[in-house]
Design a protein around this ligand. Sequence first.
Ligand code: SF4
Ligand code: SF4
Length: 134
Amino acid sequence: MARKKYMLGFSPELVNEPIVYRLVKDYDLKINILRAEVKELGGRLLMEVEGKSPNIKDAVRFLKETKVDVKELVNYVEMNEERCTHCGMCISICPVEALTMDKIVWKVHYDADKCIACGMCIDACPPGAMTFRI
Ligand code: SF4
Ligand code: SF4
């Protein structure tokens, strides 16, 4: 079994299509939706996919053929060290303790391996130091 994370971009005409349903039914994948946004110009979906590697590969091919913009995410949220003021506001917001305070130097540390890209710190950070890397 393999597990991967993808950011999908949908044009307005694809937003109401049962694409996630097709991924589950036709490719036997487990889908965990981490974040979803629908706007006038289309939608974005951040999801974690679990399944057999060939099935994931076929599913990605299906998405591309359907004109869904597909990007595999490896390290998908990043901290801009220059912008961060180490105010600590994001620490209690993060549901997986990916943001912690280093109490020796009193600086906030971001652990990308723990991050599930929920986006909560992005919305909460006053200077916009946390961003999606797409
Ligand atoms: S909320 Fe933003 S500025 Fe404050 S510690 Fe977190 S990333 Fe840095
Ligand atoms: S995106 Fe979510 S999981 Fe990742 S560091 Fe921010 S709050 Fe934590």
